[in-house]
Design a protein around this ligand. Sequence first.
Ligand SMILES: Cc1cc2nc3c(=O)[nH]c(=O)nc-3n(C[C@H](O)[C@H](O)[C@H](O)COP(=O)(O)OP(=O)(O)OC[C@H]3O[C@@H](n4cnc5c(N)ncnc54)[C@H](O)[C@@H]3O)c2cc1C
Length: 459
Amino acid sequence: MTKNRFEREMQQTFGEKFSKSMEKRILNSYDATQKSFLPDYVLYAENEKDVIDCCKTCSKYKVPIIPRGAGCGFSGGALAIEGGVTLVLDKMNKIEIDPDNLIAIVEPGAITYEIQKEAEKHNLFYPPDPSSLKVSTIGGNIAENAGGPRAVKYGVTGDWVIALEVVLANGEKIKTGRPLKKDVAGYNITNLFVGSEGTLGVITKAYLKLIPKPEGFLSGIFIFDSINNAAKSISTVVSAGLQPSKLEFMDRFSLKALKSAGKNVPENAESILLIEVDGEKESLYTQLERIKTLVKDIGLIDCNIAKDESENERIWELRRSLSPIINLYGNTKINEDVVVPRSKIPELMAFVEDLIEIYSLTIVCFGHAGDGNIHVNFMFDREDKKTVEKVEKAVEQLFKKVVEMGGSISGEHGIGIAKKRFMKYQFSEIEMEILKNIKKVFDPYNIMNPGKIFDIEKV
Ligand SMILES: Cc1cc2nc3c(=O)[nH]c(=O)nc-3n(C[C@H](O)[C@H](O)[C@H](O)COP(=O)(O)OP(=O)(O)OC[C@H]3O[C@@H](n4cnc5c(N)ncnc54)[C@H](O)[C@@H]3O)c2cc1C
């Protein structure tokens, strides 16, 4: 009965924007984890009022709300694990640039790349660049505090969020600060929403910081004789005070995968670093030459510097293509985005090599090594039960090791459902209690993306 009343009320309010067709539910049941959970309903929000009305009605009937951007998250955050309404926000995609105050005012469904392009029209720059930037939405980026290759110099999404507008589970709208250069009034609620994975409220508008666009960018491929030497070179470059704008790493499995996909990869490479520098045009080549000099005695075999912008872009297309290409190693990928202090990357890589040997697994490592964030991808066939067991053991050991090393179980993909059982390694009981109590303040009935990050005991 209650269900019927809920459906009727939603249909009356939203008409065709609200659907329970199987086709739309299936379409919105996936993300990049390759897991699937059917929502009971899908609502395509077109404006803030839709979000408010949706939250009010869901709150009245205690129906779960699952905010969704492009659905390319790696932690299951956008999956309707307890049913409910998947609230699709990609139609709310307006972008406005305020060049006088160096701010972008964006709706949550705006695609990250489109924000960058709009900013560039004013010679301004929005640096965060998750490799998914051509599809992922800014709402998803903020909710996951997404990083990307440029985090090494410019930080992660959260470093660029000045203020937010958010609709809470009960349909009330709040502002989490003012879009100002300085604002220290009250607690920093903006930061609380960054990385909250849709569990505290629905972001309906974001104010993002912009900076003048650097004059130029130049990249090089640095080829190493061993994974260990590539890993050592990372901290050598950064501790020398050089500031690459991107510093990415790939291991031998990554290179083999790229080669078999027909990509142009240096023959003798065991591991490579892709390094980009930015700044005044005349300084770019010299910056890369300085890096080359620094690492030349740490197993550097060769270094290819891009000759022009299109070659520069090809280097980063190579990096962006990697994540889907490694699927050739198995029909299932568990992509862990662990972080360790940069100086401990060689120790982490040695640990992964041990896991490969002990368990006879294919573990592909690449990623944002400049900020200590390595993607450790366990590749396997899910039908092979023995290997699945081995992967589970190895993943658990990896997380324990990372936390022991002073690192974190997630650098950018978030916890979602994928990592919530490992939260206990990083958070004490009291720390977990604080996280849960914060959620209760914003969402007392636990309807806002329930079951993500942690479970809340049912009352
Ligand atoms: C090939 C590939 C490469 C990737 N590379 C990177 C990378 O370099 N760096 C990185 O950090 N990530 C990367 N990712 C992961 C993913 O792209 C990011 O997590 C991205 O931020 C997800 O955005 P989305 O719009 O797809 O969000 P979704 O997957 O739709 O949602 C992600 C989470 O955000 C919540 N959410 C979405 N919109 C809102 C909103 N408006 N309000 C509140 N909560 C909301 C959802 O509930 C969910 O918990 C990659 C993914 C793929 C497939």
